[in-house]
Design a protein around this ligand. Structure first.
Ligand SMILES: [Zn+2]
Length: 349
């Protein structure tokens, strides 16, 4: 069964390893990454949102700190706009060069028809997504340029504050209600994304920001990689009220495989059973219905369960869900249909 996935950090991984080897290994395999083309083919990963995340210096030891029993990570300093723009252009270029070097193995997709066509010919369907819009100036000029380059999805913050919004810090246990939400340019960004038909990803906004987008946006509400707060009380997960709002808007939530957002004890620990993921999906189905639940792996951006290991482990997850009683039609919706359908309701091409 083919999987379209809501979030991966493969571009950041390649950007941070500027030797040719990380780029080449994405195409040819042989690295210990979660995603490369051979692993994607072997695991049925047919496409997904490829995040561009301008990193902060703190990101190095973040996972160590999140493996503790309870943590409260200070938000990193805001990034300067030129650095955000540099990183974003560099990672966009990496994706374009991967497409060019892949001999048809990867296609950058700008419409649902392009995704469907790429999936049908077994070319990995990559959608450009920004996680942290520091590249975009408050006047949104860069938004026009990036949209023309193929950008179709934006998370206006990666947790750290910028001129669009305040994000949610990494904290366990914690409510997602951690302070002020959108700033004025963020409100304009919502309106402009609605006009252009760019998906707005709510995953790293705090609760105030979430409700402000819910109020302002006329598009379905989407959290590309977030889980159920009732089951794992980390600041990054969604409350039942938030899940209900996503459902009312005919939006989608992608199940995040990051173990720190799955486990009841909130720890980043790869020794996490698949059934913990099933419990989140059950709870999401209860609030969102069968059309609102999808996958958002966080491959190459988090510690995921050993039972999955990499994109090659996706069939194991689907098999586990099938043995727990998930029927084929539901599995197909979770695996890719719901993503394609919500992108179709959001995009204008
Ligand atoms: Zn993220």
């Amino acid at each position: 069964m083919k999987v379209f996935d809501g979030h991966n950090d493969a571009l950041l991984r390649i950007y941070l390893d500027p030797t040719p080897s990380a780029f080449d290994a994405f195409l040819a395999g042989g690295s210990n990454a979660h995603i490369d083309l051979p692993k994607a083919r072997a695991g049925g990963l047919a496409g997904g949102l490829f995040a561009i995340f301008p990193p902060s210096p703190m990101n190095g030891d973040m996972f160590d700190r999140m493996s503790a029993a309870g943590y409260d990570l200070a938000l990193p300093e805001p990034l300067a706009h030129p650095f955000g723009a540099d990183c974003t252009i560099a990672m966009t270029s990496i994706l374009m060069r991967l497409e060019a070097a892949s001999a048809g193995g990867l296609t950058i997709c700008r419409s649902v028809a392009e995704i469907e066509a790429a999936m049908a010919r077994d070319s990995l369907a990559a959608v450009l997504h920004i996680e942290g819009a520091e590249a975009i100036d408050p006047d949104l000029r860069m938004l026009d340029v990036l949209f023309a380059a193929g950008l179709r999805s934006i998370g206006m913050v990666w947790s750290r504050h910028n001129h669009f919004a305040h994000g949610v810090p990494m904290r366990f246990p914690s409510s997602p209600d951690t302070g002020a939400g959108l700033l004025e340019p963020g409100r304009r960004l919502v309106a402009r994304c609605n006009e252009l038909g760019i998906l707005l990803d709510l995953s790293h906004l705090n609760e105030r920001g979430f409700w402000e987008v819910a109020e302002l946006s006329d598009a379905p509400l989407v959290a590309t990689h977030s889980n159920v707060h009732r089951l794992c009380t980390v600041s990054r997960n969604l409350t039942d009220a938030q899940l209900d709002a996503v459902a009312r808007s005919r939006g989608v939530v992608g199940l995040n495989f990051a173990t720190a957002f799955l486990r009841e004890d909130g720890r980043m620990d790869a020794d996490t059973p698949l059934d913990t993921m099933r419990r989140h999906l059950d709870a999401m189905l209860e609030r969102l219905g069968e059309d609102g639940v999808a996958l958002g792996s966080d491959f190459d951006g988090a510690t995921i369960p050993n039972a999955i290991g990499s994109a090659e482990g996706l069939p194991g997850l689907l098999h586990h869900l099938a043995s727990a009683g998930y029927g084929d039609a539901l599995l197909e919706k979770i695996a890719h249909r719901n993503w394609l359908s919500v992108l179709g309701r959001t995009w204008k091409s």
